[in-house]
Design a protein around this ligand. Structure first.
Ligand SMILES: O=C(O)c1cc(C(=O)O)c2c(n1)C(=O)C(=O)c1cc(C(=O)O)[nH]c1-2
Ligand SMILES: [Ca+2]
Length: 551
């Protein structure tokens, strides 16, 4: 039934969220993925126990954080469903099921969550609509078509809500789209602005492309941006260039594999930083950089921290007009970069490991990078950045020139040619890493001998790091200072979702969706072909798990 007491969401509540809630993708606009709740801590986490579970009835990758607003939980699942639950009891209020078109091909069948504003919530769908639902009833308030799913346009991200604007970015880098970020009026769904991530004729940066390459150059913007409320700037990550081999689109290819600084009022590009040029590896740099205040070299830096899919841990400085390179270092081994230009921050590529047409080229890390979309976290207590990384994976493919057919995969290689190889003798794959972003030193690391790590990480003021992401179906808590594994719980499926924390009536809860699929599954399938004693079968099917301390 309908929700009786619902707390409307305001700009003020999103800018300074109550510690008890999780209303934005990473809880706060700075993208840190940090909860100030500390009832559950390093000394009592052993007593963490399930208080309720809820089967979503949906298969495929459950990637969304359970969004919590004063006792009400909203969970987005694959296949365009949203479930509203009592966050204390797990009782269902309502469920929205989108009718997806029969001919929809979902390369990434998932949703990363719903955004909140006033008395509504907002879902971006894989058939490329933004839908507004009444928070109390789940009834559709408006439904706006963004682009045409038949042309390979789709969305998987959680919308970013800033001052009554619903801001989304499109997926489709593997279909040769021209990426964009767009804003809709939260009230009526009217499009307010759309900014293409690839500059058109006459726009700055257009000359980093040749001929018509820009029209289908990729640069999809498929993850939620972060927001600097002081300068009113959103920071949005941009994806890979299309098709994959850089030889097919010569030039730096702005703004692929970049971060864009946008004005949320009109979508104007204030400035940008491109992490790597002429992307050739499907290295989307879409996880929005975390906004962190750092004390470095005797001064205070308003930084952007981004552990990249390109295997480099990037530290940048954001100013109102410019983004400066501060530091960068590889956080997993890579043979693609020979170094980083200290002046410009441009990585120096080894051409031997850059895909080309007509010849197989191998490179490390793999297409999934040092870290794909699953989020890193920052703890304000330890000052460390926690990264879900993958080591000892390499990739390779033979580039080919193929004509674009709108709506069909356009990779610049045959899908069956895409490899994931494990390094001979590798004793582990997934790594949970803790880095000091000031010194660039790794403080600790936890290795997963038989699994990738493909799930988001969340930090709490109880000095705990929560993460799933492994093929053994476990959900885990680590000591944020030492990396010691303090607690684990087997769940129904593999976890690729994002842990959150919230509080109701004085009790702190931890919530996660367990539900394996999408690229965690693809890596799993590839691991099996490497014949290293890893089984393909991680059962699918989504379940929401909620934990609290034993009373
Ligand atoms: O270029 C794109 O537009 C695009 C979109 C998505 C997506 O929307 O989920 C993924 C990727 N690329 C991608 O390269 C990738 O590795 C990936 C993994 C996942 C996932 O949900 O596990 N999505 C995506
Ligand atoms: Ca991609």
């Amino acid at each position: 039934g309908p929700i009786e007491n619902y707390s409307p969401v305001t700009a003020q509540r999103l800018e300074n969220p109550e510690p008890s809630n999780w209303m934005l993708y990473r809880r706060t606009y700075d993208g840190q993925g940090y909860s100030p709740l500390d009832q559950i801590n390093t000394s009592n986490v052993k007593g963490l126990t399930p208080v309720w579970t809820f089967a979503t009835g949906v298969v495929e990758g459950h990637e969304a954080p359970p969004i919590v607003n004063n006792g009400v939980m909203f969970v987005a699942t694959p296949m365009g469903q949203v479930i509203a639950l009592n966050a204390k009891t797990g009782d269902e209020y309502w469920r929205y099921k989108r009718q997806l078109p029969d001919d929809l091909f979902q390369l990434h069948p998932t949703s990363r969550g719903v955004g909140l504003w006033e008395d509504k919530l907002y879902l971006a769908t894989t058939d490329d609509h933004v839908v507004a639902l009444d928070a109390k009833t789940g009834k559709v308030v408006w439904d706006t078509k963004v682009q045409d799913y038949k042309k390979g346009q789709y969305m998987t991200l959680m919308p970013l809500i800033v001052d009554g604007k619903v801001i989304v970015g499109g997926s489709g880098g593997e279909f040769g789209v021209r990426g964009y970020v767009a804003a809709y009026d939260a009230k009526d769904g009217k499009e307010l602005w759309r900014t293409y991530t690839i500059p058109g004729e006459g726009e700055p940066g257009h000359d980093t492309w040749q001929g018509d390459d820009w029209k289908n150059g990729g640069g999809s913007a498929w993850m939620t941006g972060n927001y600097d409320k002081d300068t009113k700037t959103i920071y949005w990550g941009v994806g890979n260039a299309a098709p994959w081999p850089g030889e097919t689109h010569p030039g730096d290819n702005l703004y692929t594999s970049s971060v864009l600084a946008l004005d949320p009022n009109n979508g104007k590009i204030k400035t940008y930083h491109q992490y790597h040029q002429n992307d050739s590896w499907d290295w989307d740099e879409v996880e929005a950089p975390m906004l962190i205040d750092l004390q470095r070299d005797g001064r205070s830096i308003k930084s952007l921290v981004h552990p990249g899919r390109d295997a480099i841990f990037w530290v940048l400085e954001r100013t109102p007009t410019k983004i400066n390179y501060v530091a960068g270092w590889p956080f997993v081994s890579t043979d693609v970069w020979k170094g980083i230009d200290a002046e410009t921050g441009k990585p120096i590529v080894d051409p031997a490991h850059k895909p080309v047409i007509g010849k197989r080229v191998e490179f490390c890390p793999s297409l999934w990078g040092g870290k794909d979309w699953p989020s890193a976290a920052y703890s304000q207590k330890t000052g460390l950045v926690y990264v879900p990384a993958n080591e000892n994976f390499c990739g390779g493919f033979t580039g080919e020139k193929v004509a674009l057919k709108p709506g069909e995969l356009w990779l610049g290689t045959k899908p069956e040619d895409i490899g994931l190889k494990t390094k001979p003798g590798a004793d582990h794959f997934g790594e949970l890493q803790a880095w000091d972003p000031v010194t660039g030193k790794k403080v600790w690391q936890h290795n997963f001998p038989k699994s990738q790590l493909f799930g988001s990480v969340t930090a709490t003021a109880g000095d705990l790091i929560f993460a799933g992401g492994t093929n053994d179906r476990n959900f885990r808590a680590f000591n944020a200072k030492t990396g010691e594994l303090l607690w684990e719980q087997k769940t129904n499926s593999g976890i690729m979702g994002m842990p959150v924390s919230y509080e109701i009536d004085g009790t702190q809860y931890i919530a996660i969706q367990s539900g394996w699929g999408v690229d965690a599954q693809r890596i799993q399938d590839a691991l099996v072909t490497n014949n290293i004693g890893i089984e393909a079968n991680v059962p699918q099917g989504g379940v929401i798990w909620v934990f609290a301390l034993k009373k």
